[in-house]
Design a protein around this ligand. Sequence first.
Ligand SMILES: Cc1ncc(COP(=O)(O)O)c(C=O)c1O
Length: 404
Amino acid sequence: MSIRRGRNMLLSPGPTNIPERVLRAMQRAAIELHSDELVGLARSCLDDLKPIFRITEGETFIYAANGHGAWESALSNSLSPGDRVLVFETGVFGEAWAGMGQSLGLVPEFIPGDWRHGIDPQAVEDRLRADKNHDFKAILMVQTDTASGITSDVAAVSEAIQSTGHPALFMVDAVASLAATDLRMDEWKIDVAVGASQKALMSPPGLAFVAASQRAMEHSDKATLPRHYWDWRRRLDPEAYMWFCGTAPEHLLFALREAIDMIQEEGLENIFRRHQRLADAVRAGINVWAEAGAMELNALVPREQSNSVSAILVDERYGAPNVRDYCEKHLNTSLGGGLGRLSGKAFRIGHMGDINEHIVLGALGSVELGLEMCGIPHGKGSVTAAIATLAASADRAEPPLAAD
Ligand SMILES: Cc1ncc(COP(=O)(O)O)c(C=O)c1O
C-alpha cells in the first residue's frame, strides 16, 4: 500500500471538503430525542434554511436522505399519477430526475440539449404556449448540472414561464448550486426547490432539503402520488418526532447547524462573490491548458459556466481518466470523473463550499502536474493565470507603514 502524506485535496463536486468546525460539531454524544436542545436545534435548522432558499412564506423540510430523496419528495408531494412534466436536458441530472418521475407514474416530456449550453428560455416559452390545455403540471429544471458544469438561468426560465401564464408548478434542483449561486424562490416564483448537504452546504452527505411555496403546499393537498416518509403534511405535525418521520439524524443536524452558522457569518452575497472569484480563477487556469488544443471547458457560454464545478473535455486520444487516476494515486488530489455522455471524455474540478485561494491554486498546480505526467498537451502556467485573476479581483492589501 502506498503511503500518501499530507491532506487529501478533495476536489470532487460533492461530497466536498467538510470544515473542521463542522466535523468537530459532530464529535459528541447523542442526546435525548425529545429534549428541548434537539427540538430547538431542528427548528432552527428548518427555519434558517428559508433565507438560504430565499423563501419567506413556504415550508422547509429536512430528510435523512440524499439528493435523490429530495427529488422524490418534490414529485410525490405535489403531483398525481399520469401528470405530465416538462424536463430539460443540460447534463445527467434532468434526465435522472425525469426517470424517477417515470418510475413514480408521471409522464415526462424531455427537451433534449447538447450538454454544452444551458436551458433556452425561449424553448421553455414556446413549449408552454403550445400546451394550450395546460397538460403539464410541473416544469423541472436543474440550476447547475454537476456533470456538464452548466448553470442555467433560473430567473430567465421563470420569466419565460410567467410570460405564458402557464399554471404548472416550477421546480428547481439546486443540489449543486444552493449556497454557491444565487437562488431566489420568492422572487423567481419557484414552487419547489431541492438541495443536499454534501455540496456547498459543507456538511457530510446524508441530508436532503426541500423548500415548498404556499402554492406547492396547496397542491400537496390534492396530489395523489403515494408517499409516507416524504409526506410534507405528516412532517408539519406539532410533534417534533414527525418532522423527520422518526428519529432525527442528530449528528448530521449538529453538523448542519454549524455549517449554517458559517454561512450566516460570511453572508450569502459574500459567499456568491467568493465562488465567482474562485471559479473565475479556475477557468483562467483551464483556458491556459486549452491553448495547446487538447482540452477545453465543456460549458461554452461564459455566463453559463458554473461557479460550483468545471467539466474539462479532453481530446479522446489522450484519455481524461488518466489525469484523474494520476492525481488520485500520486498527488493525493481527488477530482471528479466524466459522467454520462462525458464518461471517459472529461474530468471535473469541484470548487464549491469550503474553498479558498490556496485550494484553487493547489488544485490547478496538481492538475497541471498530472497533465504533464500523463503526456497530455497543455498550455503551461495555469497557476500564474489564476493568480493574476485573483489579484485583479482581491482587495488590495494596505500599503506597508513607512519606517520613520
Ligand atoms: C445537480 C444534482 N442533482 C441531484 C443529484 C443527486 O444527489 P445525490 O447523489 O445526493 O442523490 C446530484 C448529485 O451529484 C446533483 O449534482
